[in-house]
Design a protein around this ligand. Structure first.
Ligand code: ADP
Ligand code: ZN
Ligand code: MG
Length: 480
């Protein structure tokens, strides 16, 4: 029996609005605990929520970018459950009448494009944060827990996909593309490690060719694209082993354990919560008229797919096109550098190669680094002019990333400027020729191989700073 993998993904994205979803408290993640709170987001009796219009607009932006229909009338609901970091004991969310429905996102996996359905995009609010004190931060062994409600009430969007994904790799590509869309829209910083974008993956297997779905398992706690793919690969293997042995898959939520590389059961459907959803009595429905929807649709920026097509038709390779189309910081730097005359593929190669590696090593984001479009253009020009060798350019780039200044000053400071000026190189070449009469004789006999030796001597005499191309040209002139 062969099995087909079926995956659907639920993604949560925290919006970067100035204030929270239902109160005026600032959205600011660096603030000291419990300083951005008020009676509304603390759930004090009698406090009344008011919808943040900008958050609704951001939600519409996401829905429209994902080709959803925007409901002219949508409703908030109370989702009731108890958790210490949720002060009201219910979360305001949307239930049976969400803002955005029935969209899609095209996902390219190694050149194969699949259209993944988007079931819905709805608005809700985030919870607070608990910190468990003692024994490695685990709740089981904690002496006590601390609560920070700064995050309680931050606008949170839930994006639900249809079960249209067919492999862990495709699921990863879907989340990467979705993150690119969110970043391009500028509605969230969508940081996976820090949790401003989080996702749960639902996965099941079914006999190949079957149209019915198998029993699904929900996997939680992946905080990178890599762990999403690993968790799904592990879960597919686990389910396949069960099914091959004739055992049923139990519908449950499983926890991904990054270090062990395995999933373990959390709770099964039988003990699942009954959320007792009902319409939020303190909020009016959200009414979106045509004019509002059209205005938001008209202001959508270029999305990754469009940018990627534009870059691809300009001849950029797919890896580079992916990076600069999905990451707006990289995209802006790329556009600025090429507008200033730098070669597109050269800049893209630096961004996807050297710069990405350096940032990872130093745990920096592109925005935190010293990399700018103007800086990369200057660097490219120095290489073109023969003033920097390819390897020296990489050294200068490291300085640029570390924020040491512009390429000119870094190259000068590190003494990396290459000499390609003929009048400066001539005397050195003459000296080398005078010291090597045998080689000169061979040169005149037309022995081409001796040029390499002479170039080496000139490089040595200049401490490696001569431009080999310029030296070669001078030597060829002398052999003629
Ligand atoms: P639940 O009621 O458990 O929340 P939903 O039907 O709302 O389930 O779906 C939640 C997510 O699970 C969606 O992303 C959906 O695409 C996905 N999903 C639903 N059924 C399956 C299945 N059989 N296999 C894999 N994913 C599924
Ligand atoms: Zn508040
Ligand atoms: Mg559901």
């Amino acid at each position: 029996m062969t099995w087909e993998t079926v995956i659907g993904i639920e993604t949560h994205v925290e919006l970067t609005t100035a204030s929270k979803m239902f109160c005026g408290c600032p959205v600011d993640f660096g603030a000291p605990p419990n300083t951005n709170v008020c009676p509304v987001c603390l759930g004090l009796p009698g406090a009344l929520p008011v919808v943040n219009g900008r958050a609704v607009e951001y939600a519409m932006t996401i829905g429209l970018a994902l080709n959803c229909s925007i409901a002219p009338h949508s409703v908030f609901a109370r989702k009731n459950y108890f958790y210490p970091d949720m002060p009201k004991n219910y979360q305001i969310s949307q239930y049976d009448e969400p803002l955005c429905v029935a969209g899609h996102l095209d996902v390219d996996t190694d050149g194969e494009v699949a259209r993944i359905g988007i079931t819905r995009v709805h608005m809700e609010e985030d919870t607070g944060k608990s910190t468990h004190v003692g024994d490695g931060g685990r709740i089981q062994a904690a002496s006590h827990s601390l609560l920070d409600f700064n995050r309680a009430g931050v606008p949170l969007m839930e994006i639900v996909s249809e079960p249209d994904l067919r492999s862990p790799e495709q699921a990863r590509a879907f989340v990467a593309e979705l993150r690119g869309v969110i970043l391009r829209l500028g509605v969230s910083d969508a940081k996976l490690e820090e949790g401003s974008m989080r996702f749960d993956a639902n996965v099941s297997l079914r006999p190949s060719g079957s149209t019915e779905f198998g029993t699904k398992v929900e996997v939680k706690n992946m905080n990178s694209l890599r762990s999403l793919q690993r968790a799904l690969e592990h879960e597919v293997e686990r389910q396949q082993a069960l099914l091959d042995a004739g055992e049923p898959v139990v519908q449950e939520t499983r926890h991904w354990n990054e270090d062990a590389g395995t999933t373990s059961g959390m709770r099964s459907k039988e003990e699942a919560f009954d959320y007792r959803y009902f319409p939020e009595p303190d909020l009016v429905p959200v009414e979106v008229d045509d004019a509002w929807r059209e205005r938001v649709a008209g202001a959508l920026p270029e999305l990754p797919a469009q940018a990627r097509a534009r870059y691809a038709s300009a001849g950029l390779d797919p890896v580079a096109a992916d990076l600069v189309s999905r990451d707006p910081a990289a995209g802006t730097i790329f556009e600025e550098a090429t507008a200033a005359g730098a070669d597109a593929q050269t800049v893209a190669n630096w961004l996807t190669g050297e710069v990405t590696a350096l940032l990872r090593r130093q745990d920096l984001s592109l925005e935190q680094s010293g990399v700018t479009g103007a800086g990369l253009a200057e660097l490219a020009e120095m290489v073109d002019d023969g003033r920097l060798s390819a390897s020296a350019a990489k050294e200068v780039l490291a300085g640029v990333v570390a924020g040491e200044g512009n390429p000119e000053s870094i190259a000068a400071e590190r003494d990396l400027i290459q000499v390609s000026d003929v009048s400066a190189l001539e005397p050195v070449v003459e000296e080398v020729l005078a010291a090597n009469p045998d080689a000169v004789a061979k040169l005149h006999e037309g022995d081409g191989k001796v040029i390499g030796f002479l170039i080496g001597q000139v490089m040595r005499a200049t401490g490696g700073k001569a431009d080999p191309a310029a030296v070669t040209a001078i030597l060829r002139g002398k052999s003629a």
